[in-house]
Design a protein around this ligand. Structure first.
Ligand code: Z3D
Length: 671
């Protein structure tokens, strides 16, 4: 075998008509289908920092020479790649795998390189000859020596000693079996030290965004600061009042407290109760109608307190393990300072009047739309970015973005990339209830999380189909669902009749199906009064103060606390791709496995989707997921109420009465 020169470490230029970027093709080797990837590598994949990213690739070579495949990765700041050798996990499919763990938040890159291992090829060939009893070994031995000699000459230390020893054996007459032992003894060192023949590498590499922990997992609680005041509604609740609510919210086990907008509310076109177009003198208006003479997006509504009160609130929340999320709504009340300062930032109708906002069929007559295409675009975009920087400087790391799908994707890509460069732990939640492709696009351009259709998926078939898409399609690499069970805009029809049982079962689904979920306050009280025939709350808090007795009888705070506790103690509930549905013979019973991850145990969840009647049926237990043999009994313990059952084999009987409990969350143990 003539000594070969190492090929350059890049793929050949693709031929006309061939995809570039997604594959690497050299003279002999092809690398393709590198996973994870989003749109073939056009957008970064997203993972929480500190979590292992499993990389797979198809890598193959013509002929019989074996290849070596290596995963390369680095953070954006590092110049040098770190290499991890990939293992062939399926030779028939030429499938290779390895993993790496981005240790810190921020942008990372990864790629795959493959090359021919000429020496391994030779040693395999040599073994065949020896095993076949071929007498003439001189020629093959010379080839082996030719491969080792230059490598041994350049080697150092223990490698040199080992390679020299192998050479010595191969160059003198010896028993075939001793020759073979020497030849194979050099495989490992040769694999590391010889020149990489035929090397190809995926170029450009894939990008990966390592996000903060709260991007990947968290329980959210939403409230209006102004509703945290006295029950008699004699005045608006303030940040000081809201501070008094933090212990309760922390005790329920939430991670994030999301505040409806806290900025000054405009007076012009202010809305009254139940979305009426006129407000009475005492009506506080919609908090999304941002801006008054008291200021705009960087000011605090005077009725809530001051910036200092806000800072105290953030600190008090942090002291209880709660992160504060703010609402970012790019729209302005006619009273917003920008309307006078920058009239050209708004859309004007031909008659000169300014256009109010809409998200058909909804109309927001109390706010003006911002014109992202204004000639003064640069200043507008900068101003919007500085709003976020203003709150970031005050310790906020999470933003729920209002209607992002009515603003340019390019604005989000630009703003989020810039901000994350400086603050890689930022979390952006997209409140886009719109077409699926747009919701996905927002994830691709930088949003960490998104609201979802969960709110309207009620049946077993609907839930199964939707969750399989979220957890097992390419979406899992960039789209983290945030399962809000209700929002101030949505009191789902499903919750409107039937009381607490419906609230309990939707809560269990949200908290166990998605690593990120949330409720809007009032859920714990099972508030279910809607405008007739609508999914809008009756007397919505969006237009009124709504203080409540948070411990009113019939509340489901116990269940909320228990679920959030389990989400903290069970790593399986913090992952998306470990969800697997399992068969039940009753359409009203849904069952799923949350497979154990990070050393935690696997869980089996069974939920009764019927909020009116007890349901029973047979549930298939995926025994292998629990390490259980086909025969024999085992113990299942419901982590919600502590009840214990003896089960046997695959099919087991379950009965759930919604008046008593919505679900079982089982731990499964050998008897
Ligand atoms: C939603 C917002 C509220 C009220 C409207 C009001 C508007 C402006 C909407 C616009 C986007 C998002 C919010 N879905 O609550 O609408 O419902 O009646 O006109 O004040 O604010 O921001 O969740």
């Amino acid at each position: 075998m003539p000594p070969k020169k190492a090929s350059p470490k890049r793929s050949l230029k693709p031929a006309p008509g061939m995809l570039s970027g997604g594959v690497a093709l050299g003279r002999h080797i092809l690398i393709e289908n590198v996973q994870p990837s989003v749109d073939g590598g056009l957008f970064p994949v997203r993972i929480a920092a500190g979590r292992a990213c499993t990389v797979q690739a198809t890598a193959l070579r013509d002929g019989h020479d074996p290849i070596r495949v290596e995963l390369l990765w680095r953070s954006e700041a590092q110049k040098a790649w770190q290499a991890v050798s990939m293992h062939c996990i399926n030779p028939g499919l030429d499938l290779w795998q390895a993993e790496f763990t981005p240790p810190k938040t921020g942008l990372h890159y990864y790629s795959v390189e493959a090359w021919s291992d000429a020496y391994l090829g030779w040693s395999k060939d040599f073994r065949k000859r020896v095993e076949a009893g071929v007498a003439e070994l001189e020629g093959p031995l010379q080839e082996g020596v030719q491969l080792i000699a230059p490598v041994a000459a350049a080697a150092e230390g223990a490698d040199k000693t080992a390679l020299d020893a192998a050479l010595a054996v191969l160059m003198r007459p010896a028993e075939p079996r001793d020759l073979l032992a020497a030849a194979e003894g050099a495989v490992e060192a040769m694999g590391r030290l010889q020149a990489r023949v035929d090397a190809v590498r995926l170029d450009p590499p894939r990008a990966l965004e390592a996000a903060g922990a709260l991007a990947a997992k968290g329980a959210w609680y939403e409230f209006f600061v102004r509703s945290q005041g006295p029950l008699d509604r004699s005045r608006s609740g303030t940040f000081k009042d809201a501070e008094g609510r933090l212990d309760d919210i922390a005790a329920m086990g939430f991670d994030v407290i999301y505040l409806a907008p806290i900025h000054p509310i405009g007076k012009a076109h202010r809305k009254g109760p139940n979305n009426s177009l006129t407000a009475g003198p005492g009506d506080p208006g919609s908090p999304w109608a941002i801006g008054s003479e008291a200021g705009g997006h960087t000011a605090i509504e005077p009725a809530l307190g001051t910036l200092e009160d806000f800072d105290r609130f953030v600190a008090a929340a942090a002291a209880r393990g709660l992160a504060v999320a703010l609402d970012f709504a790019i729209q302005c009340s006619p009273d917003h300072p920008w309307v006078k300062l920058h009239p050209d930032w708004f859309y004007h109708r031909p008659d000169g009047s300014i256009k109010y906002a809409e998200n058909p069929p909804k109309k927001y007559q109390d706010v003006y739309v911002v014109n992202f295409d204004t000639a003064d675009r640069e200043n507008l975009w900068d101003a919007l970015e500085s709003v976020l920087r203003f709150w970031i400087a005050r310790g906020v790391r999470i933003f729920r973005v209002d209607n992002p799908h009515t603003k340019p994707l390019e604005f989000w890509r630009w703003a989020l990339a810039r901000l994350k460069q400086d603050f890689p732990d930022l979390v952006f939640l997209a409140e886009a209830f719109t077409r699926p492709a747009m919701m996905r696009a927002l994830g691709k351009v930088g949003f960490n999380q998104s609201y979802t259709y969960f709110t309207w998926r009620n049946s077993k078939a609907e839930l199964t189909e939707y969750l399989n898409e979220l957890c097992h399609s390419e979406m899992r690499h960039y789209y983290m669902p945030n399962f809000f069970a209700n929002t101030p805009d949505i009191l789902p029809t499903f919750l409107q009749k039937g009381g607490a049982p419906g609230f309990r079962l939707r809560l269990v689904l949200a908290a166990t199906l998605s690593p990120v979920y949330g409720i809007y306050s009032g859920y714990e009280l099972c508030e279910d009064a809607a405008l007739p025939g609508r999914e809008e709350y009756l007397d919505s808090e969006k237009y009124e103060l709504r203080p409540r007795d948070w411990n009113a009888p019939g509340n489901i705070k116990g269940l909320i606390s228990r679920l959030n506790q389990l989400r903290r103690s069970q790593p399986a509930l913090g992952r998306l791709d470990n969800l697997h549905f399992t068969h039940t013979d009753n359409e009203q019973l849904i069952a799923y496995l949350k497979a154990g991850v990070d050393g935690g145990e696997s869980l089996l969840v069974v939920v009764n989707l019927d909020r009116f009647q007890a349901q029973q049926g047979w549930v298939q237990v995926p025994l292998e997921a629990f390490g259980l043999p086909e025969q024999g009994s085992y113990r299942v313990e419901d982590l919600l109420d502590g009840s214990v059952y003896q089960w046997e084999g695959r099919g087991n009987f379950v009965k759930l009465d919604p008046a008593l409990s919505a679900a079982h969350v089982f731990r499964v143990q050998r008897a």
